[in-house]
Write a protein that binds this ligand. Structure first.
Ligand code: FAD
Length: 292
C-alpha cells in the first residue's frame, strides 16, 4: 500500500478549512470501499487524504420533509435499505440497496462515495438520475446545489471544485400516480458489478393507462457514463401503454444507447438486456400503480 497522510477532523468547519487550504492535493476518504482498492492497485496515488467518516453527526442522515428526501453524504447503503421512506413508491432505492455488494460493504459504503466515484458500475447514480436528484456541494465559504445530471460529467469525472465536498443528495418525491423500479444484471447474485442497471420512475394519468411523467436511466447509456434515456422517455410521455407502445419504446431505447463492450459483456448483449428490462420495468411500475 503506498503511503499517504491522513487528516481526520471531528468538526465539519475544520474539514472544509483544511480542504480550502490544501486544495487539489486532498482526496476525500469516506469509507474507502472504492478509493482504497484503487490506491492499492496504484490507479491513484494521493499524498493527503481527508477522512470524513468522523463527521457522521453532520453528514449521516436519511430524512424527508415537505416532500423532499434528503440523504446525507455519509448515509450508508444499509441506512437506505432500512429507511421506511423507500418501502413503497420509492422502492427503487431499496431495491438498488439490497442488490448492492454484500452486507459488509453495504454497512459502510456511502451515498456520497457512490455518487462521487462517478463510475459506470455505480448503482445509485442511475437511481438518483431517474429521481431528478440534486447534489449539495459545500466549501468553507459557499454552498451550491447542482442537478446530478450536471454533476457527473464523465467517467470518474465530476463538477466538484477542489475546495468542495459533497454534503447531500436530495430530491422531491414525484407526484401523482407513480411507482419506481430498479433492475440490475451481473454475472452472479451477490457482489455484482453491474453489466446493466436500469431504473424507471413512471407516473400514469388517472385513466391508469396514459403515461404522465417518465424518467429512465441506465448506468452505461452513453458509453461508460450513466445517463437518462431522454428520447425514450419523450416517446412514452402522453401515450397509452400497450404492447405496441412498449415495443416501440424498446426500439427507441436501442437507438439512443451508445454502449461499449468489455470483458464483462458485449455492447450488443447489453443493448438486448436493456430493452428487455425496459419492458419489465414498465410492466412492474404500471401494475403497482394500479394496485397489482
Ligand atoms: C466488494 C465490493 C462490492 C461493491 N459493490 C458495489 C455495488 O454493488 N454497487 C455499487 O454501486 N458499488 C459497489 N461497490 C463500490 C463502492 O462500494 C461504492 O462506490 C461506495 O458507495 C463508495 O462509497 P465509499 O464511502 O466507500 O467511498 P470512498 O471509497 O471513500 O470514496 C469514493 C470516491 O468518492 C470521493 N468521495 C467520497 N465521499 C465524498 C464526499 N462526501 N465529497 C466528495 N468526494 C467524496 C472519494 O474521494 C473517492 O474518489 C463495491 C465495492 C466493493 C469493494
Amino acid at each position: 500500500m503506498p503511503s499517504f497522510q491522513l487528516y481526520s477532523p471531528t468538526d465539519l468547519r475544520d474539514a472544509l478549512k483544511f480542504k480550502e487550504s490544501e486544495g487539489e492535493k486532498v482526496i476525500v476518504l469516506a469509507s474507502g470501499t472504492d478509493l482504497v482498492p484503487r490506491i492499492r492497485k496504484r490507479q491513484i496515488a494521493p499524498s493527503l487524504l481527508l477522512d470524513i467518516s468522523p463527521l457522521q453527526d453532520d453528514l449521516r442522515y436519511v430524512r424527508q420533509s415537505d416532500g423532499v428526501v434528503h440523504l446525507g453524504a455519509h448515509a450508508t447503503i444499509t441506512d437506505l435499505m432500512e429507511s421506511p421512506i423507500f418501502r413503497e413508491r420509492l422502492s427503487m432505492v431499496r431495491e438498488a440497496a439490497e442488490k448492492f455488494g454484500a452486507p459488509q460493504i453495504r454497512n459502510v459504503a456511502t451515498v456520497g462515495g457512490n455518487v462521487c466515484s462517478a463510475s459506470s458500475s455505480e448503482d445509485l447514480i442511475p437511481v438518483f438520475l431517474a429521481l431528478d436528484a440534486q447534489v449539495k456541494l459545500i466549501s468553507a465559504t459557499r454552498k451550491r446545489s447542482l442537478p446530478l445530471k450536471d454533476f457527473v460529467i464523465g467517467k470518474r469525472a465530476t463538477a466538484l471544485k477542489p475546495q468542495e465536498i459533497l454534503s447531500e443528495v436530495f430530491f422531491r418525491s414525484p407526484g401523482g400516480n407513480y411507482w419506481s423500479a430498479f433492475v440490475k444484471l451481473g454475472r452472479r447474485n451477490i457482489l455484482i458489478v453491474s453489466l446493466v442497471n436500469e431504473t424507471l420512475v413512471l407516473s400514469l394519468e388517472d385513466d391508469m393507462l396514459t403515461v404522465g411523467s417518465v424518467r429512465i436511466a441506465l448506468n452505461r447509456l452513453a458509453g461508460r457514463v450513466p445517463a437518462l434515456a431522454e428520447k425514450t422517455a419523450g416517446f412514452l410521455r402522453g401515450r397509452r401503454l400497450s404492447d405496441a407502445t412498449i415495443a416501440e419504446a424498446q426500439r427507441t431505447l436501442a437507438s439512443e444507447l451508445s454502449l461499449t463492450s468489455d470483458f464483462r459483456g458485449s455492447a450488443a448483449y447489453r443493448a438486448e438486456v436493456a430493452q428487455v428490462y425496459l419492458k419489465r420495468l414498465i410492466r412492474r411500475c404500471a401494475a403497482r400503480i394500479s394496485g397489482g
